[in-house]
Design a protein around this ligand. Sequence first.
Ligand code: FNR
Length: 428
Amino acid sequence: SAIYSAGVFGRRPVVPTSPDALADAARRRMTRTGWAYVAGGAGAQRTVAANREAFGRYRTVPRQMVDVGERSLTTTLLGRELPAPVLFGPVGALELAVQHQRGGRAAAPGHAEPALAAAARDLGLPVVISSQASTPMEDTAAALGDSPRWFQLYWSADDAVAESFVRRAEASGCEAIVVTLDTHVLGWRTHDLDLGYLPFARAEGIAQYLSDPAFQALVAERVARTPDPAAPAPRPTLAAVRALLSMARHHPGPTWRNLTGPHARAAVETFLDVFSRSTLTWADLAWLRERTTLPILVKGIQHPDDARAALDHGADGVVVSNHGGRQVDNAVAALDTLAPVADAVRAHTETAPVLFDSGVRSGADVFTALALGADAVLLGRPWVYGLALAGADGVRAVATHVLAELDLTMALAGASRVDQVGRHNLAG
Ligand code: FNR
């Protein structure tokens, strides 16, 4: 109602409330490179489009004369009460959204995750910290204070790095590990490829690694065995090294120590070696299960059999997602896989949470995902657009708009609580 009253007195919201206008404003604000990275998807972008199109196929049925005067969005996830069934999803190389801006508006480096943390803290919504974050997780954790945070793991090819990330996440107060399974190889990201830009491997995306003792040891080993550290590196790596060195200049902290010539190059090369592991099978989940008592959720599930296998092998919950259409072009819309996966999970383990992302743009979308069986959703691109447009205020505004519309949609569908939303709210 605060948003409406502001409107009555002629005040415009910090960022547009319309999802399309929000994306459009962000597109105009960001450089082509920044926009390609955040908005782009795999191949011909068919999955990005399909994710949105799917929401149009599930229709909510409004209900009348239900007492919805007292409403609450609160929900309990993994034993913790949350103000709403919404989390900030993991987004790597976040700095690119604020640094790649038109008209020389780039923010000083180091402000992306702190802005996200400030907004999340105000709202009490959890942040899922990315393995590819632009800020070491310890700093983001400090900025979050007591606010909830989870850690998203890209399972490194190097056991020591993978284990070290998990230890650091535990020490940073993360309440769950979200293992992303769908990116053991990076998708065919045509927009990034055409611009000759590898956002993922740039300094803005490897802070978590550079600040990691196990990773630093690998870099030192590589430098020690490189015969001629001054030899020129292949072009993309050289570009990444430049970015790394520029980052090192802006962050003269211990994270960037030793990032002079050969170390910088070795860091990028080591990252490309250890980033992921394509040999993983379900049996490997036991390795992770033995190493942490935190709940483990697997992200990227789209088939009921994969959901069952994950739970059989020690996962505590699933995130139904196709990575926002960034991995497989022409993949099935994530929303279309939600109900079958949610049903499989419910039949297997009554309490295992089912989360959803990929295409959520509004409160009405959150409602649809809840109705199809999600316990909560992750917001992706929309909050990054808010960040690009207005920093922490923009992130806060985007999330507030989503929650406001969710609340109204519930009211108009006759639901006062999140657990009252279900398939009975949908047509057909
Ligand atoms: C992502 N996503 C992602 N996922 C993940 O597990 N680790 C990561 O580091 C990233 N990085 C990342 C960067 C950017 C720019 C985007 C847009 C997305 C995927 C993300 O968590 C989520 O699955 C999607 O964003 C959901 O799709 P929508 O709702 O953004 O379309």
